[in-house]
Write a protein that binds this ligand. Sequence first.
Ligand code: AP5
Ligand code: ZN
Ligand code: ZN
Length: 213
Amino acid sequence: KRVILIGPPGSGKGTQSPFIKDEYCLCHLATGDMLRAAVAAKTPLGLNKEAMDKGELVSDDLVVGIIDEAMKKPSCQKGFILDGFPRTIMQAQKLDEMLEKRGAKIDKVLNFAIDDAILEERITGRWIHPSSGRTYHTKFAPPKVLGVDDVTGEPLIQRKDDTAAVLKSRLETFHKQTEPVIDYYSKKGIVANLHAEKPPKDVTGEVEKVLSS
Ligand code: AP5
Ligand code: ZN
Ligand code: ZN
C-alpha cells in the first residue's frame, strides 16, 4: 500500500507511524525527520534550519527531491507511508507525476482531523527518541525514566520548534498551505477521516480499519 498521513502538528502522524510501518511492512518517509537529521549532521540540507525553526515550509523542489530519491530504495518498492509530505498542492502534483512514471498511485490518505485547541498541550509535552522516531509525552505517554528512551536507554530530546509561539505559525502554515491538499485528494475519493483527538490506541484501531478495507 501507498499511504499519506496528513494533519496539523501534534495530530499524531509520527506516533501512529511505527505501528503502520510494522503491521504492513511499509517504509516510513517523514520529510521533517529527514530534514532534522540533516540539521544534526550539518549537511547542506541542514541549511533549512531557519525556516523550520520559524514554522515555515522549506522549498517544494527540495522536499520533492528528497522524496524522489527516497522512493528508489528497495525497501520502499512494496509500499510506503508518507508522513508530512505532500504539504502543498505543488508537492501533491509533483508526487502524482513521480508515481505515474513508476506505474504506481496513492491508495489512501489518512486525514488526522483534530481541533487546533488540543495541539499546544501535545506539542509542548513531546519528547522524542531521534534514532527510532519513538515519541513520548510528559502527560499522555511518559517514559519510564524522565528524558530516557524505554527501549535503548538513550537520551530523549525536545524539538526546537515545539514552543507555543512557533506552533502558532506552524498551524497557520498548515491551514493556508496544507489543508487544500486534503481537498485535492478528496476529489479523488481516497481520503479517510480519523478522529485524531481520541487516545492513541483508538486512533490505531481506526487506521487498522481503513487500511484493511
Ligand atoms: P514535521 O516534522 O513534519 O512536523 P509537523 O508537521 O509539525 O508534525 P509533528 O511532527 O509536530 O506532528 P505529529 O503529527 O507527527 O505529532 P506526534 O505524533 O509526534 O515538519 C517539521 C518542519 O519541517 C516543518 O515545519 C517544515 O519547516 C519542514 N518540512 C517538513 N516536511 C515538509 C514538506 N513536505 N514541505 C516543506 N517543508 C517541510 O504527536 C505529538 C505529541 O502528542 C507526542 O508527544 C505524542 O506522544 C502525543 N500524542 C500523539 N497522539 C496522541 C493521542 N492520540 N492522544 C494524546 N497524545 C498524543
Ligand atoms: Zn511528526
Ligand atoms: Zn483549517
